[in-house]
Design a protein around this ligand. Structure first.
Ligand code: F1P
Length: 358
């Protein structure tokens, strides 16, 4: 049964297609973004808006964007833009809002963009999507449309990393960070050369005999990736899992750790010493500890298992962690005899009743 699903499942093909999708993304954004004429004036505030996986993307993107450009950037669930705009949308001063949606038809994202256009003349909207022919690309003032990263599968994998990579490229460009842009250019080849190792890692960590509860831990932009890792695992396997800032995890939630708990750390070089401390604490209460970390420090963290990732800067390396996290969820689904292409209770797009897909 598992082998048959593996050959047929589209989700696996899309996960393994990421080196190609990333190369096409970098080419597309370099060719198109400069001509859009989107400016980031001094004092601009930047919003990143999305739902589900695209909100996890927004959380990751906001941190990376602020780090590379210095512009204050925040992530907001799309529903909060039209339901709680006074606490989420700056009413004055220049604002650029990136509205993120693979499908380009998620009702809350479209409602958020329409609300911004109607009530906030100070806001410029940028659609980020994988479907140029759908509504978001038409109603946003400009659109980053990565059709090559669209997916047949319900769960988002290459669409997540490709849209994130496009936003990272924009951040590096708007921040005049040529070194970061150069590092991004290396990512497709780095991923191509490490994807088999990542798939093997995913099988090891996702195996049902090793854990029945997962905790993903990441700081800063890596927290958004940790949150996305939990959504992949929930969507594909319904396994109990949570995401935390690693140091916050010790302030109470560590009480859920037991034998059968796997704690997966997304380690950046800048904070590795602090993470090693949390690894020790989780090991001490019977948790299994797994680190995804830069090659140079992976083995020194004291984790039970680890995956080494290409050095690069913490900023540029961040998106490289995602395929390994996607493989964990995919491998576990197959181990459980589930079909990753048919996640329980889920459709590719959530359309609210009072609005039809535009
Ligand atoms: C957003 C989303 C997905 C989720 C599921 C339902 O889609 O919440 O993140 O996995 O497919 O839709 P989109 O707005 O990015 O198309």
């Amino acid at each position: 049964m598992n082998q048959v699903v593996q050959k047929m499942d589209v989700t696996y093909q899309e996960i393994t297609n990421q080196p190609h999708s990333w190369a096409a993304t970098l080419e597309w954004v370099a060719d198109h973004w400069p001509s859009f004429g989107v400016t980031f004036e001094p004092g601009v505030r930047v919003l990143f808006i999305g739902c589900g996986t695209s909100y996890n993307l927004a959380q990751t993107a906001a941190r990376l964007f602020q780090e590379a450009t210095g512009h204050v950037s925040v992530a907001v669930p799309a529903s909060e833009v039209f339901l709680n705009d006074e606490s989420t949308v700056p009413a004055s001063g220049p604002v650029v809002a990136f509205a993120i949606s693979r499908s380009g038809t998620t009702s809350e994202v479209l409602m958020a963009v329409e609300h911004l256009h109607k009530k906030y003349p100070n806001v410029r909207t940028v659609g980020v999507t994988c479907n140029s022919q759908k509504t978001l690309a038409h109603i946003a003032q400009v659109a980053v449309s990565l059709d090559h990263a669209s997916e047949e599968s319900v769960v988002m994998t290459q669409s997540f990393t490709s849209m994130l990579l496009a936003i990272q490229w924009i951040a590096a460009s708007e921040g005049n960070r040529e070194n970061l842009r150069e590092e991004l250019g290396k990512l497709p080849d780095v991923l191509r050369s490490s994807i088999e190792e990542m798939a093997a890692f995913g099988k090891r960590i996702g195996a049902t005999e090793t854990a029945d509860q997962y905790i993903y831990l990441g700081l800063g932009a890596y927290f958004g990736l940790a949150t996305e890792a939990t959504l992949k695992l929930k969507e594909m396997t319904q396994t109990p899992c949570e995401a935390y800032n690693p140091l916050e995890f010790r302030h109470g939630p560590i009480s859920i750790v037991r034998e059968g708990t796997a704690a997966v750390y997304l380690v950046a070089k800048d904070n590795a010493d602090y993470i090693a401390d949390v690894i020790r604490d989780v090991s001490a209460v019977q948790g299994r500890t797994i680190a995804i970390a830069p090659n140079s420090i992976g083995s020194s963290l004291g984790a039970d298992d680890f995956l080494g990732i290409e050095e690069l800067s913490d900023w540029s390396r961040s998106v490289l962690y995602m395929p390994a996290l996607q493989f964990i969820a995919h491998a576990r689904a197959l181990d459980l005899g589930l079909n990753p292409d048919q996640p329980r209770n889920l459709n590719q797009v959530v359309i609210l009743k009072e609005t039809a897909a535009r």
